[in-house]
Design a binder for this molecule. Sequence first.
Ligand SMILES: *Cc1c(COP(=O)(O)O)cnc(C)c1O
Length: 461
Amino acid sequence: MRYVSTRSQAPVLGFEDTMLTGLARDGGLYVPETVPVMSQADIAALAGLPYEDIAFRVMWPFVADAFTEDDFAAMIARAYAGFGHDARAPLVQLAPGHHLLELFHGPTLAFKDFAMQLIGQMFDHALTRRGDKVTIVGATSGDTGSAAIEAFRGLDAVDVFILYPHGRVSDVQRRQMTTPVEANVHALALTGHFDDCQARVKDMFNDFAFRDRVGLAGVNSINFARVLAQVVYYFAAATALGAPHRTVSFTVPTGNFGDIFAGHIAKRMGLPIDKLVVATNQNDILHRCLTTGAYRVGDVTPSISPSMDIQVSSNFERALHLAYGGDGSAIAQLMAELKEGGFTVSQGALQALQDTYVSGRASERETSQAITDYLRRTGELLCPHSAVGVKVAEAHFGGAPMVTLATAHPAKFPDAVETATGIRPALPPRMADLFDRDERVTRVDNDLAAVEAVIEERRAA
Ligand SMILES: *Cc1c(COP(=O)(O)O)cnc(C)c1O
């Protein structure tokens, strides 16, 4: 499988280099040159298989040039062995025709573990074989960072630096990043918002001298390997509900657009998805863009669903690339306009986006109310991100069964859940001592040179 940049100006790469590189050197994101299509019979054969087997069959065409079948199967097995649920991604019914896909049974209690645990295995395998070392740098609004640190802690071939917005992540998220004791993981608390963290990471990738000197690698959701790992649970859920004989809709709490874009890939692979619903909180730039075509960057308003507090949604570039028929220069132009504050997508591209995605937003009050309501109606305690999802999903019922992605465990966001329900959700027993562990964190200014200096100093030479 060959991977091309959304902006067409970077080298075409195979899977392993795409994964190790992260961001393309022209500033774009790697996407598969063509998306492999699964036959209806092959999709039907997934029903009832263990999650690991579905993962292998769905991902294999994308990675076949990088690994042997046995090695890849072993990586998948190790990636999901630490999950706290045998089904890995269990479906729970909320109402007739409405299901919750619980993606929070991994080691850091958010869906990002699905991709990050596998990426940890794949990086380790590829780097060990090459005798290479890399410095992984990532920005996080909370969940990516903890998932990355958990996935890479203790691996010899990598140093990991995670930038998170100081004071803007939950206590559980912060402690998951600051308490691991391994010397190869480093939590950096940046003075600023998530978008600042993300911008500094992009700047580092565009500083080619620094990039080459430290062997920079990225595992943010711009890394196609992450998107790929997330395609799997769309197949697992849909086939459990009768696909390919029945179509299924999905609602996805969205921030950086990685998770929902994985659904788009699943659809292009032949999975009969009816609606793909982009659910946003009050930071609704994606909802506005998908409705009007105008993408105008404003200020981030902090919400009770912080992992979706975003104005610059990186993976949206991949959806635009498809909507523009793979026209890299059109995408480069839009992204140049984005630097000046925003862009408007063409009529044809907006139509293409709207053929794939619908969208909605939930206010803070609606989100909190949804947590209260669903506890009363179903006994499910939802995290605020999942609550945004179920609230927005309600406007899109009808026809196909709806699956809302539950992106985090309620105990990861206990304050919002307690405010809505009076119940303070407990951490699963396997991490009950999180608040007793010592923290280790470095404060940094929102300044490229300062961040780079810390990384050069701390990484193992
Ligand atoms: C990361 C995250 C999201 C947003 O996912 P994207 O792939 O960035 O759209 C939603 N909910 C939670 C809990 C997350 O951690």
